[in-house]
Design a protein around this ligand. Sequence first.
Ligand code: DC
Length: 227
Amino acid sequence: MSKKIIIAIDGPAGSGKSTAAKNLAKKLGFTYLDTGAMYRAITFLALRSGVSDDKEKIIEIAKSSNISLKTENGITRVFSNDEELTDFIRTPEVNSKVSEVSAIPDVRSEMVKIQKKIGDEGNVVAEGRDVTTVVYPNADIKIFLTASLEERARRRFKEFQSSNQSITFEEVKANLEKRDRIDSGREVSPLRKADDAIEFDNTGLTPEEDLEHLYKIILEVLRNIDK
Ligand code: DC
């Protein structure tokens, strides 16, 4: 295949987009691009500098932080100006602030610049809000992954249980429902299916079955691109 391919995956929280994107990238030998990790890194840097409530300062950080990603064995490592931030971006503090930081338009435009550059290198599986609509509107393949609320809540609940966090299934489900509402209703890059995205509902499928289905869909599209 001579053409440089971009596969973009979006979908609601808990739809399994990270797992699917990682698995697909590995199977295809493509670069995995976790765009959420970039917004998490900016959020961490803003929190560390004590400026997480100051939009202008956060924008300055986004402009000067020189975020880069390296994925090895399915794990994405995040760097800012050569300092590794990987271990600091998935904390409860970052979780609770990242939605606000990622809603700042100037922060988004800085991150989108970096994401477009990575896309220019080609053969990328990118995952995250707005990759199918804003970052790569001309992606070769766009996938919108979904699953029922009940199923997505079950998956999240399992993750919380395995990391010993005490939260009930009903709480997890209510949180997801709320996040769906906020994500779909927000003004900047809301969660929405691109008109030309292939929607795939993976309710009831294991990650392996999900990968098999998506891989088949992708091969079919790639075959047609190659013709
Ligand atoms: O996928 P994640 O949980 O690591 O994403 C972290 C946050 O960043 C989440 O609030 C969604 C947001 N995000 C975004 O606004 N745009 C993206 N392209 C990726 C993530």
